[in-house]
Design a protein around this ligand. Structure first.
Ligand SMILES: CC(C)(COP(=O)(O)OP(=O)(O)OC[C@H]1O[C@@H](n2cnc3c(N)ncnc32)[C@H](O)[C@@H]1OP(=O)(O)O)[C@@H](O)C(=O)NCCC(=O)NCCS
Length: 189
C-alpha cells in the first residue's frame, strides 16, 4: 500500500455506512449512524476518513474541547458523558490571545486488510496537523487495557500512558488506559 494513494478528507454522510462496517469488524465501541451524522452536521473538522479512490479504508473521530470539558474527561465520575460538540474557529490574532484547546480522539479504525501498513499513522498525523491548526495543546484518548495493538500504535506515535480508569468499559468490563500526547510545546513553555 502506497500512502500517497490515500486521501484524507472530512467525513461525509455517504461515508457513514463504510465507516460502520469498519467499526463492526474491528469491534470498536458502538457508535451509531446518528452519532456520526451529528459530527458531520456540526461540521467537525476532526471527523475524517482515509480513502483510496472512493473506498473508505479508515476513519478517525476526534473533537476539539475546552479545558472545562477536559476536567470532566479526567474526572472519575461514573456519569461522565462526551462533551457537547464545540468546534472553535481558528484564531488569527497573536500567540498571546490564542485560546488553549485540547483535542480528544474518540475512535480510530483502519479496515483490517489495510492495518499495520502505515495507514493509521498517516491518518493520525493528518488529524494532529489539523488539531495544531486550532492551537490544540495536547491530544487525549482512552483505549481498552487489553487492546495491546492500539496501545502499541499510540506509544509509537508518542502518546504516553497517564493513568487507568477502572472499569470504564462494559461488555466486557475493563479498565481504560488514558493516553496523552503534547502538541506544539513551543507555545506552552
Ligand atoms: C490501531 C490501528 C488504528 C492502527 O492503525 P494501523 O494502520 O494498523 O497502524 P500503522 O500501520 O500506522 O502503525 C503500525 C504500528 O501499530 C501497531 N500495530 C498495528 N497493527 C498491529 C498488529 N496487528 N499487531 C500488533 N501491533 C500492531 C504496531 O505498533 C505497529 O508498529 P510496529 O509493527 O513497527 O510495531 C489499527 O490497527 C486498527 O484499526 N485497529 C483496530 C481498531 C482499534 O483498536 N482502534 C483503536 C481504538 S482506541
Amino acid at each position: 500500500m502506497n500512502k500517497d494513494n490515500i486521501k484524507i478528507v472530512r467525513m461525509q454522510l455517504h461515508d457513514i455506512i463504510s465507516t460502520l462496517a469498519i467499526l463492526e469488524v474491528t469491534g470498536l465501541e458502538s457508535w451509531k449512524y446518528a452519532d456520526f451524522q451529528l459530527e458531520i452536521q456540526h461540521n467537525n473538522p476532526l471527523a475524517l476518513v482515509g480513502k483510496i479512490n472512493t473506498t473508505v479504508i479508515g476513519f478517525c473521530i476526534a473533537r476539539l474541547i475546552t479545558p472545562l470539558s477536559l476536567i470532566s474527561f479526567i474526572s472519575h465520575s461514573p456519569n461522565y458523558n462526551l462533551p457537547s460538540p464545540s468546534f472553535p474557529k481558528i484564531k488569527t490574532t497573536g500567540n498571546n490571545e490564542k485560546s488553549i484547546t485540547e483535542c480528544e480522539i474518540y475512535n480510530i479504525g483502519i479496515k483490517r486488510e489495510f492495518q499495520n501498513k502505515g495507514a493509521g499513522t498517516y491518518l493520525l498525523n493528518q488529524l494532529i496537523s489539523i488539531a495544531n491548526g486550532y492551537d490544540a495543546k495536547s491530544i487525549w484518548l482512552e483505549v481498552r487495557s487489553s487492546n495491546k495493538q492500539a496501545i502499541r500504535f499510540y506509544q509509537k506515535n508518542d502518546f504516553k500512558e497517564i493513568y487507568e480508569r477502572k472499569d470504564f468499559y462494559s461488555k466486557p468490563l475493563e479498565n481504560a488506559v488514558v493516553m496523552k500526547r503534547n502538541l506544539q510545546p513551543q507555545f506552552y513553555s
